[in-house]
Design a protein around this ligand. Sequence first.
Ligand SMILES: [Fe+2]
Length: 283
Amino acid sequence: MNRRSFLKRSIGSLLALIGIGGGTYYYARDIEPRMLQVQNVKIMDASIPASFNNFKVVQFSDTHIGFHYSVEQLQKLVIRINEENPDLIVFTGDLVDKPHLYTWNNDLINVLQSLKAPRGKFWIYGNHDHGGYGTEKVRDVMEASGFTLLQNEHSVIEQNNERIILSGIDDVMLGSPNLRQALENVNPDLFTILLAHEPDFVDVAVDYSVNVQLSGHSHGGQVRLPFIGHLYTPKYAEKYVEGKYLLNDGNLQLFVNRGIGTTRLPYRFLCKPELHVYTLHKE
Ligand SMILES: [Fe+2]
């Protein structure tokens, strides 16, 4: 642990001990986790084809259903996503918190099925999906819900004879990510979006023909303190924590989504749940 993170943790623990009274605790446990922030983001890139101008992609991530996030809450989120009339919907992993303890039933499938996107619904594995023997179960549920898995593969999205690429890798922590395989036979001149659960993977993606990486996993830290920021993020979300980052002289844009649910601790403080609504624009 470096000096900066040591200081952060020490100050954070101190504040937690002396400063967080009952009101703040109640807010962080019962109020802020239910406050959805919708981020409208313009993605500009010269390689976006003209017919994809105003093409709308909604990303949701890290629902962690079963841990302080219910299917009923997901139902409300689905209504909110459908209100955006997205062309494409992507889910970047961690559907339920603990697949082996979750009581699986058709309610979850019915809710996810009701998400509407004419150009498709796609998803990738997160560490919680592979964890707890969830690999097959989560895959079956997502498939029954009309989502296409991108596990080291890509899909060509076509419109008026113009194309963009949507690719996805397997989870970095518990799967076998292979970006080379995911982009096999892809024309590197085509605008390419990569779904990767862990944001720090962008340091690998930077060597490939990827224009945009969409990630989750970090939860933005879940708890952020004024002047200090986040106290903790999981492995592979230590470098890129939330929001937008530019790499490779701006040729690769990374967006890290703070996610919907919580894990480990049921709190969010100065770190609201987040939905990303991206609109593509030819530069
Ligand atoms: Fe997560």
